[in-house]
Design a protein around this ligand. Sequence first.
Ligand SMILES: Cc1ncc(COP(=O)(O)O)c(C=O)c1O
Length: 421
Amino acid sequence: MFNFKPSQLAQPGILPDIDRPYGLPVFNSIADMLDSYTGDDAAYILYPQRVAARAEQFLAGFPGTSLYAVKANPHPAMLKILWSAGIRHFDVASVREIDLIQALSTDARLYLMHPVKSRKTIAYAYQSGVRDMAFDCLSELEKIIAETGRARDLNLHLRLAVPNGAAIMPLAGKFGADWDHAIECLVAARPLVKKLGITFHVGSQCLDPEAYRSTIKYVRALLDTAGIEIDTLDCGGGFPIQYPGMDVAGLETYFTTIQAALAEYGFSELEIFGEPGRALCAEGGSTLARVELRKGNDLYLNEGSFGSLFDAGRFAWKHETRRHRPVHASQQTWTPRTQDQQAGFRFFGPTCDSSDVMAGPFYLPDDIREGDWIEICNLGAYGQALATDFNGFQSETTVAILEDNSSCNPPLASSPATSRI
Ligand SMILES: Cc1ncc(COP(=O)(O)O)c(C=O)c1O
């Protein structure tokens, strides 16, 4: 569905590939986009420059290979932006994610890092050329060995159970081998694999870089006890971004902490991986939702917790928000109540379900009204990726915005992706 008048496209042209370099309509600003938007649904915004800047930061600073965790945002345009920025390695979990990345490029390297997979998925991955897989118990190891026909070219990564130290989204509990079982698994896997690795995840949006250091220290103690050497160490995801009310150290602090810990605990010579999801793409996307009705300080939107606002609904995340008033709407004759005064609002999503509520409060101009659009910031990760079509509400509109200053974050120092667009 192409819900736009053509006039405001950033690069009008005849060939679709020139108009839509990531397969998306491209606009200079949100104002331009809203001016030509004829659709009725919410819209998803991508900021290619910002995604490219984060990718370049990981490629330059992370002391190893960065695997993009595809689950964070599998939109083909996001994948193309990351690919153009130099990301070549992808952490996938399913057959569909494998297909998606292989459609992006046959040169992409895939890692099936989901610790529990169906037998069909394992077989499909191996036939598709995937040689790196995670496991967290002997039964999963047995499945991988059986479904790959006892292949001798496997790189297997044992997922360790680690406590949730400082992550806003804990991942502890579901996956991972504890100390004793980890030793059993390492001993059993060593003779069966080409490369043996350890992988861990300190939890998503991890606010303390020291969580990586203490886990690396734990890995050293585990290996010393097991009397086993490994070939690879995967530090997982968890790298945070700045959300409102969270005290977040810069990514460089995480990189230097990890690098120092790898040296301190004797892992400098190993092949090192990281699996960033959120930190690569959260700031590179937002959701534009329209106000359908205002009741006091409750705003009824065309997007909700069954759409890209899952975290705002289920975990009461208070995302940063910006009001955008379409030009044609501001030409109406009546004067807004107050221009700049902010008030706290609660959001309701478009479905008939009473649980479709996002408590907030979200701070917006007090005069917000029906027809205004709200940009809900930094939803490039785990936003659009989690959206459903429940109750017939879904958005098929994703656009790229080139003018990064109109996003929710401080301007970028440079514009790395502009030249590639
Ligand atoms: C195996 C694995 N790797 C990487 C990630 C990405 O984590 P994050 O988005 O916190 O960087 C996840 C997220 O849950 C994951 O499960």
